[in-house]
Design a protein. Sequence first.
Length: 573
Amino acid sequence: MSNPLKPRSHAITDGRDRAPARSMLKAIGFTDSDLAKPIIGIANTWIETMPCNFNLRELAVKVKEGVRAAGGTPMEFNTIAISDGVTMGTEGMKASLVSRELIADSIELTCRGYMFDAVVALVACDKTIPGAAMALARLDIPSVLLYGGSIMPGRFHGVDVTIQDVFEAVGRHAAGKMSDADLKELEDVACPGAGACGGQYTANTMATVMEAIGLSSMGSASTPAVDPAKGAIGMEAGRIVMDALRNDLRPSKILTRKAFENAIASVAATGGSTNAVLHLLALARDAGVDLNIDDFDEISRRTPLLVDLKPGGNFVAADVYNAGGIQLIVKRLVEGGYCDGSQMTVTGQTVAEACASATEVKSKNEVNGKKVIHAADDPIKSTGGLVILKGNLAPEGCVLKVAGHERNYHKGPARVFNNEEESMHAVTEGRIQAGDVMVIRYEGPAGGPGMREMLGVTAAIVGKGLGDSVALMTDGRFSGATRGLMVGHVAPEAARGGPIAALEEGDIIVFDIEKRRLDVELDDATIKQRLVAWKKPVPRYKSGVFSKYAALVSSAAQGAVTSAENAVTPAEN
């Protein structure tokens, strides 16, 4: 090996026997000088199907400039991405969570195949962030994860709006509370350009996580997608990955148990998406870190809610950037003792060192008398936004997001639906009444398959004016834009014989948030008797990617990861 900074790629590029490989690479413009340098994979998730990832082609150019300037040779490759927002409420939404596994597998496979010395992963939409992070953990080579940035808010009738407002407008329109013209106008202005959905929905939640956990450089994620500064951040990512290679700084040195606790605290403090539970459990598994679903509730209980963000709050990701950025949020958490500042980040600095220079922009942090990012001693709420419930309906657990204003108790009759479409029709047709508990089942990881998000339904409930009087539970999941008493990830799921499969119309369901309970008022014998009579549904897909996923996927309580050890036959899934 002639170059110590080519610990893997030398097997592809060096020596007499590799002349055929060099010849093929020279056909596309690489020179002997290029091939003598470290080869850095640029894993891009650009796709022309959504605004979230649309700017990543341009950003990749800057990353590659940075790699070259720092002494490496970049080689860009692409993987897939599924937009939750575009596919929401359709059969296509089933592809979203499945795509996380495919993204992770394809990045891992490409990097192993070409034996890259290091990698920069460019991400944006919901599943690209955890999918890429999972691949980096598996590969354990010097790596940087770079977020493409948030979309800017739209303006509608003088106020900032996001895609959440469009989804909720569908419910208002169905209720006769919004005109055709206003719905069309809102549709036209809510998404003004490139970037991921603007609230603390899943993409911005996971971007926050990646800075807090250390895989992204501090301050890189907050900058919106269309901000001119994003190019310089891309170039800096190229330099950082070369430094990481020189110092052999790998994900295994960053992804510690304490780093995961920091990540969970960042979700709790920002009112982040419940999807972070799934994704952090999956990432921890690939990193070899012991993490379980109960850890989220424990950490959220001790972490205050500090950031006033949509969907439960008032502001959007661009406001965080203007107020001081994610680095200011992490600094506040470190100062308050809620994050361990000694943990390593991808730059070689500790978390505390990396966020030390963060400053509050007071003129942008206080808008109309409300603060975007609160100090640790001035929280919005003393506990964080993630709650884990258990009970006779969810023995393995389920997830609820609270922003401080939700009900702590709800008791009502079950309205049972065996798929999302049935439930959506019930809402828009006015068949759901105040006090009801909507149950949407057979939408779990195996049952869906793919664990669809339910933003269409939950937004329609809010839009209908039922957000404060109806509760919902599902073995599917929610968008980060969901708000209200909506419980997801109920495990075990219905398709694998979980208690949710035993529910019948009119059963009385009790949500007790203080006691962390989700129960049906039935005794154990009745539930058991119903499950004995229950028949497993016929798999919806008998071949192809959905069939393979349904056969290999774990419970949501374990992160809905695919593994050979989870394998079941199609008749069993």
